[in-house]
Design a protein around this ligand. Structure first.
Ligand code: NAD
Ligand code: AKB
Length: 312
């Protein structure tokens, strides 16, 4: 049994939307010095310890793990969907090449791994509600890398015993760090713009309905999965569906307008519409509920209250 003080954690891509919140929570649980934040970007305002680390740099990764006696890696370094469609080569290099480096190093040093998947693993044939076992037919480069990433993690578990786990996160909502490069970004941007400027132009149609989740729930799901006994996990261990809530852009706009009647919102779809139209509108997360006790806490109304307060 590993005591909290025995955890030595490396977080890659720590400056991103999830990393900013996850590093804080992990440090609350395991101690500031036990959690090494790292990113290909500079340290910014992330508190130390911080390493400048590119997941494509195999040697740097090995050195970081060995010098800091790392036991668990949260691999958050990635290129998200909209950015990935613009630069598919970089998306494949970072999302698959980076993951392979993390898994190879974990195999050598005996680390546990968490590396997120996404609802992007699904394609248009998964609509409206994607089940855990719905076939994965993504139409984006990002979705392809997430699907292959799930397979790679399962292979490293089955063939080499690397304890690799993952979640198919929906669009994540938080006021602490703004999302960039994704398709679900509109559901955060709207709160930031309405609070700052009183208006927002959605880059998707008003009937665009996608699965979403509050960051607090996503972090809770992540830690629940990582704490779950290995024997309770099935072949879905590298990509569990987790459900938070689902709403259309118009339903989100209505919920905001009920609280801020002067808010002005318009819809001017851009290239991200095609990506949104290829993803499921909702998820069935029965396996996560059954195997490791997942249950979300936020719904649309409580999320809108929290996000408006957060950006106020
Ligand atoms: P993000 O884009 O906000 O952050 C990614 C971080 O990775 C950035 O800080 C970036 O500098 C860093 N990075 C990029 N290339 C790197 C490299 N070569 N080496 C090291 N760092 C590198 O992304 P996020 O939203 O925090 O997502 C984290 C993970 O969760 C990703 O795997 C993403 O696919 C997944 N995910 C996120 C969401 C979401 O809504 N945020 C939803 C589904 C899945
Ligand atoms: C994106 O929009 O790319 C991410 C995701 C759902 O994976 N938020």
């Amino acid at each position: 049994m590993v005591e909290p003080s025995d955890h030595r954690i490396l977080v890659t891509g720590a400056r991103g939307q999830i990393g900013s919140d996850l590093v804080t929570r992990l440090r609350e649980l395991y101690g500031q010095d036990s959690v090494i934040a790292s990113d290909v970007q500079g340290q910014g305002d992330v508190p130390s310890p911080f390493l400048h680390l590119d997941v494509l740099d195999q040697l740097g990764l090995h050195q970081a793990i060995s010098e800091h006696s790392i036991t668990t890696i949260y691999n958050l370094a990635a290129i998200l969907s909209a950015h990935g469609e613009k630069d598919p080569d970089l998306c494949e290099r970072v999302n698959l090449g980076g993951l392979q480096n993390v898994l190879d190093a974990s195999r050598e040093y005996g680390c546990r791994v968490f590396s997120p998947s996404s609802i992007a693993v699904f394609g248009p044939d998964s609509r409206p509600v994607a089940k855990q076992e719905t076939p994965l037919n993504p139409t984006t480069k990002y979705g392809f890398t997430k699907k292959e990433g799930e397979k790679m993690m399962l292979k490293y578990w089955e063939d080499y015993g690397v304890d690799a786990r993952g979640i198919r996160y929906p669009g994540l909502l938080s006021w602490k760090t703004l999302p960039t490069g994704g398709t679900t970004d509109f559901a955060v941007e709207v709160f930031s713009k309405i609070q700052a400027e009183g208006e927002y132009t959605f880059f998707v149609r008003e009937d665009t309905k996608l699965p979403m989740m509050m960051m607090e729930d996503a972090i809770r799901a992540t830690l629940l999965l990582m704490e779950a006994p290995g024997h309770s996990l099935s072949r879905w261990r590298s990509g569990y569906n987790v459900r938070g809530m689902t709403f259309s852009a118009a339903e989100l706009a209505d919920a905001i307008k009920r609280r801020i009647p002067s808010a002005e919102m318009r819809y001017v779809p851009d290239s991200r519409q095609k990506i949104a139209d290829s993803w499921p509108q909702d998820l069935d997360d029965s396996f996560a509920r059954l195997e490791w006790g997942w249950k979300s806490t936020y719904d649309l109304e409580s999320m809108v209250v929290a996000m408006l307060e957060g950006f106020a």
